[in-house]
Ligand binder design. Structure first.
Ligand SMILES: [Zn+2]
Length: 299
């Protein structure tokens, strides 16, 4: 009995220890992306989603989510510990130092999206395409679990917009770059998953995720309003275009995440305040594109 307890405690501890490095955006980042897609704050009863997409999302969400996509947007992070096959789908590695790398799934040598074993299509870009295709079977006879497909798609659409989820291979998207976030030891990947968002919420929004979400939504309708159509648009034949999202990601990783953040650096206000607009922009794009993709899927 005692031994059993020890093993369980060990398992729980290693689970907790593993968490910080393995999340996508943290809980808050993912929730923000999904809430931007599903609801607009200015008109709480209205949605970025078309009526049919809103209906399909409501039908597919598990009952306990109470029609709040944001509340289950991190489900994919919670299950990766037992759905081991899904781990590789949260990110895409890019060749070292290639800031203008272009993902192109349609090209002959689409060797850019693969897992550690070299299996093609197993990265965040391939996953977004795959779950989009599965969801196109909605309302038809399908072999797929479309609730899972919706939760995976919503989560991965967030991940692909976190610049370091398409970071360099050798530093594992900044996971191997040790820095200090103010006084705390941290790695660069975690700063982009969690710390910038958390610090923004604490400092500017009374530690309230809704305040930050609302500020981003206001930017979408004001500052970025003339760009939103461009974010939504894919090539006319495509339902979603993660190649573009990921290619933007590595460019942003070089320009904002890796820049001035080498191993051993101390990141403080200079870094935080200059990177926060980019984090807000990527969260906004993730939400807008998730809604646009769901609208194209469900009509
Ligand atoms: Zn993730």
């Amino acid at each position: 009995m005692k031994k059993c307890y020890k093993i369980q405690l060990l398992a729980t501890l290693s689970f907790i220890l593993l968490l910080p490095n393995t999340k996508g955006w943290g809980e808050d980042g993912h929730a923000i992306v999904c809430r931007i897609a599903q609801v607009t704050n200015d008109f709480p009863s209205s949605s970025r989603l078309s009526d049919s997409a809103a209906d399909a999302v409501k039908n597919l969400l598990p009952k306990y989510a109470q029609n709040d996509l944001g509340s289950v947007c991190s489900w994919a992070d919670r299950v990766r510990f037992y759905l081991h096959w899904s781990s590789a789908l949260h990110f895409a590695d890019t060749p070292d130092k290639l800031c203008n790398y272009h993902f192109d799934q349609l090209s002959e040598n689409s060797g850019d999206c693969k897992d550690q074993d070299g299996e093609k299509g197993r990265c965040v870009v391939g996953a977004i395409k795959n779950y989009t295709d599965q969801l196109l079977g909605y309302g038809k006879d399908t072999q797929y679990n479309l609730t899972q497909a919706l939760l995976f798609l919503s989560h991965f659409m967030g991940d692909v917009h976190q610049p370091l989820h398409v970071g360099f291979t050798s530093d594992k998207g900044g996971n191997l770059i040790n820095i200090h976030w103010y006084r705390r030891k941290q790695n660069l990947h975690h700063v982009w998953d969690v710390n910038i968002i958390e610090t923004a919420e604490e400092r500017f929004y009374d530690s309230d995720i809704n305040g930050f979400t609302k500020a981003i939504q206001e930017n979408i309708t004001k500052t970025w309003s003339d760009q939103v159509r461009g974010w939504e648009t894919c090539n006319s034949k495509e339902t979603t275009c993660p190649d573009i999202y990921a290619s933007e990601g590595i460019e942003a990783a070089c320009k904002w995440a890796y820049k001035d953040a080498p191993e051993g650096s101390v990141l403080e206000d200079d870094y935080f305040l200059s990177r926060l607009p980019e984090v807000s922009l990527r969260l906004a794009q993730g939400g807008v594109r998730l809604a646009a993709t769901l609208n194209r899927i469900f009509g």
